[in-house]
Design a protein around this ligand. Structure first.
Ligand SMILES: [Zn+2]
Ligand SMILES: [Zn+2]
Length: 613
C-alpha cells in the first residue's frame, strides 16, 4: 500500500491504461460491499483492502445474519454487468462525517474520527487509515468512492468501471471472524475473503495449489491418521498425542537419543518449573520475558514454566569441578519447554505453547569448537537421511564488524568461531549461505533450512555458539597449566522442536514415512472369517519380531479394508485368504506399489528387518 506513494506519475499513467491486479482486487472489494449492501439492507462496513491473491471486507450484517457467499458472488456478477463506474469525490472531513452518519456506518465514522484527530499510535489503526486516506493523521479532507449506490471512504485508486474487472478470475472463498481493529473488546465482524486473478487459468491454478496444500497439511494428515488432537478444555496450543502419534514421537526421540549417546552426549532430565531467579541470572527474564508465562507463586517464592534448557544444563556443568581433560562435555535432553504464542498464531504442531526440544549444550574450549561443529553436522546429516529429509541448506549468520557494539566479546573470538563453523560445513559437505549481521548478540549461528513439497522454507534445526552464558554463570575449568579458564558453550538442536519436526516430516514426505518410523508398519487383512485364526498366528509372529501390526479382521470387503490401509499410509499391506492359509504364506504389497508378492512368513520378517536396519 505504502509503495503507491512513491510510484512516479508516469507509472500511474500506464497503470490507468491497464489496471494492475492489486487495483482490481481492491475494486472487487468495493463491488462485494456494494453487493452486500444490496442483499442485506443495513449492513455495516469495516475495512476492505486488497491482500495477496485477493481481497477481504469486514462486515456486520443486520440481526447477526451469516453472509451467503454464493448469493453475494452472484450479486457481484449481476452488478458488474451494469457497467458501474467508480466515481471519486474529494470532500472536507466534516462533510464525510455527515455523509457516513446519514448512511449509518459507525465503523467508517470511527476511522474518520481517527483521521481527523491524529492521536492514534496503534500500528494496525495506522495501517487501516492508510487504506482510506493519504494524510493518515490529522487529515483535513478525504476521498470517497461511489460504485452504483454504494459509497465507501477510500483513498483509491480504482478501476474506471466494473467492465475492467476480470470476473472469470474471481471466487469468494471463506468467512472468518475478525474483531473491529483487531481488538477483542470490540464487536466481532465477519471477514469475507475473495480470491481474484487476471485470468480463469490463474484462478484454477491457485485453487489446485490450495487443495494440494490442504491435502499435504500435517493437520489434515494427523486427523486422518489419528496422530494428535487438541481440546478446548486442555487449552489451545497444547497438543494431545494419541497412541499412533505418541508412538511416532517416541520412535523419533529414541532414535535420536541413541545416536546422540553413540556420539558422546550424556542425557539428563529436568523438571518443568524452576525459580524465576535462575532466568534472572541467565538474562532470559530480562530479554525473553515476553515469550514466558507469568510466574507461579510457590510459598511466596516466584517460579516460572521452563522456557529454555540452557541454565538447567549449566547447573549440570557446575555440579562438578572441571579440568581440560573433561572437555568437551556434551549435555543433552529431550526437554519440554513452554513458550507464549499468541492464540492467533498457533498452528497445529508448527506453533504450539508447549513442546519438546531435542536440545544439547556442549561445553568446550575454543580449540575444540572446530571438531564439535563438524561432528554436529555429520550427526545431523545422518539423522536427516534416516528420517527421509532431503534438500536442506544452512544459513550461516555472522556478525557485522561495523556494528560490533551490539555483540559480546572480542572480534578475534567471533572471527575464529565463524571460521570454525564455515570450515565444519565444508568438511561435512553441507551446502550453506552466509548472511552478515544476522548473528545473535552472544555468538554466530547456523540454521538448517529445508523446503517442504510446496517449496515453503523452514528452519528445522540450529547450532549456535555462546560467549555470554559462561560469563553470566561464571563457568570455569582448570587448564593444562593449572590456571582457570572460561569454557565456551554451544547450543544445538538437531530436531529443533520435535513437534514441529514431525509436522515438517509429515508434510515433507506426504506421510510416506520410512518403515522404521511408521507408527503402524503392516496391515493384515483377512478375506473371510475362516482366515482369522491363521491371520492371528501371523500377527503374533510379526509382533514377536518387533513389528507394529494393524489387524483388519472384521467382515468388511478386502477392497474396502485395503483402501483404508492405503489411506492410513501403512507401508505394507498384507492379504490373507485360502491360498495363504493353506501354504502358510502371506501376500503383501508396499503401499506405494501395485505388485503383490507372496512370502513365507519368516522371509517377510527378514525382508522387513533388513529394511528397518
Ligand atoms: Zn477502496
Ligand atoms: Zn541453549
Amino acid at each position: 500500500m505504502q509503495n503507491k506513494h512513491s510510484r512516479s506519475s508516469a507509472k500511474k499513467l500506464s497503470r490507468e491504461k491497464k489496471p494492475d491486479i492489486e487495483m482490481i482486487r481492491h475494486s472487487l472489494a468495493h463491488l462485494m460491499a456494494a453487493a452486500i449492501s444490496k442483499l442485506y439492507s443495513g449492513a455495516k462496513f469495516g475495512v476492505g483492502p486488497a491482500i495477496d491473491n485477493g481481497f477481504y471486507y469486514d462486515v456486520e450484517l443486520p440481526d447477526g445474519a451469516m453472509p451467503d457467499l454464493h448469493r453475494i458472488e452472484q450479486e457481484m456478477r449481476r452488478l458488474a454487468k451494469q457497467n458501474l463506474s467508480y466515481v471519486r469525490k474529494e470532500m472536507p472531513i466534516k462533510e464525510a462525517v455527515a455523509l457516513f452518519d446519514k448512511l449509518d456506518q459507525p465503523y467508517k465514522l470511527d476511522l474518520l474520527n481517527d483521521l481527523a484527530q491524529l492521536g492514534t499510535t496503534d500500528a494496525q489503526a495506522i495501517k487501516e487509515l492508510r487504506e482510506v486516506a493519504d494524510g493518515a493523521r490529522g487529515a483535513k479532507s478525504v476521498s470517497v468512492y461511489e460504485t452504483g449506490e454504494f459509497v465507501d471512504l477510500c483513498r483509491g485508486p480504482h478501476v474506471k468501471t466494473t467492465a475492467q474487472l476480470p470476473l472469470e478470475g474471481l471466487k469468494l472463498t471463506k468467512i472468518a471472524g475478525a474483531y473491529w481493529r483487531g481488538n477483542a473488546q470490540n464487536t466481532m465482524l465477519s471477514r469475507i475473503y475473495g480470491v481474484a486473478f487476471a485470468t480463469k487459468a490463474e484462478l484454477e491454478d491457485y485453487i489446485k495449489l490450495q487443495e494440494e496444500i490442504e491435502r499435504r497439511d500435517h493437520r489434515t494428515i494427523a486427523k486422518r491418521l489419528k496422530l494428535f488432537t487438541f481440546s478446548e478444555d486442555v487449552g489451545p496450543g497444547l497438543p494431545i498425542w494419541l497412541p499412533n502419534g505418541a508412538r511416532l514421537l517416541q520412535l523419533l526421540e529414541n532414535y535420536v537419543r541413541d545416536e546422540e549417546e553413540k556420539a558422546g552426549y550424556q542425557h539428563v532430565q529436568m523438571m518443568h518449573i524452576a525459580r524465576k531467579r535462575l532466568y534472572e541470572i541467565s538474562g532470559h527474564w530480562e530479554h525473553y520475558k515476553e515469550d514466558m508465562y507469568a510466574p507461579i507463586d510457590v510459598d511466596g517464592d516466584q517460579y516460572v514454566l521452563k522456557p529454555m534448557n540452557c541454565p538447567h544444563h549449566i547447573m549440570v556443568y557446575k555440579n562438578d569441578p572441571h579440568s581440560y581433560r573433561d572437555l568437551p562435555l556434551r549435555i543433552a535432553e529431550m526437554a519440554t519447554v513452554y513458550r507464549y504464542e499468541k492464540s492467533g498464531e498457533l498452528l497445529g504442531l508448527s506453533r504450539v505453547r508447549g513442546f519438546t526440544q531435542n536440545d544439547a549444550h556442549i561445553f568446550c574450549t575454543l580449540d575444540q569448537i572446530d571438531r564439535e561443529f563438524t561432528q554436529f553436522f555429520l550427526l545431523m546429516k545422518k539423522i536427516y537421511k534416516r528420517a527421509g529429509i532431503k534438500d536442506y541448506w544452512v544459513r550461516l549468520s555472522l556478525h557485522d564488524s561495523p556494528d560490533l557494539a551490539k555483540y559480546v566479546h572480542n572480534e578475534k573470538m567471533w572471527k575464529s568461531a565463524e571460521a570454525a563453523l564455515e570450515k565444519a560445513l565444508i568438511t561435512a559437505k553441507v551446502p550453506y549461505r552466509k548472511v552478515k549481521g544476522e548473528a545473535a548478540f552472544y555468538g554466530p549461528k547456523a540454521d538448517i533450512m529445508a523446503k517442504d513439497v510446496l517449496g515453503r522454507e523452514y528452519a528445522i534445526s540450529t547450532i549456535q555458539i555462546d560467549f555470554f552464558l559462561p560469563e553470566r554463570f561464571d563457568l570455569e575449568y582448570v587448564g593444562k597449566d593449572g590456571a582457570k579458564y572460561r569454557p565456551v558453550m554451544i547450543h544445538r538442536a538437531i530436531l529443533g522442536s520435535v513437534e514441529r519436526f514431525i509436522a515438517f516430516l509429515l508434510e515433507h514426505t506426504g506421510c510416506d514415512l520410512p518403515l522404521w518410523l511408521a507408527p503402524r508398519q503392516i496391515a493384515l487383512i483377512t478375506v473371510a472369517d475362516k482366515h482369522t485364526a491363521y491371520a492371528k498366528t501371523a500377527s503374533a509372529e510379526l509382533r514377536k519380531n518387533g513389528f507394529r501390526v494393524w489387524e483388519l479382521f472384521d467382515n468388511e470387503s478386502v477392497g474396502k479394508k485395503t483402501r483404508e490401509a492405503q489411506l492410513q499410509k501403512l507401508p505394507y499391506i498384507a492379504v490373507i485368504g485360502d491360498q495363504e492359509k493353506k501354504s502358510k504364506t502371506i501376500t503383501v504389497r508396499k503401499s506405494t506399489a501395485k505388485k503383490l508378492t507372496t512370502f513365507k512368513l519368516s522371509a517377510l520378517v527378514e525382508k522387513m528387518q533388513k529394511e528397518t536396519r
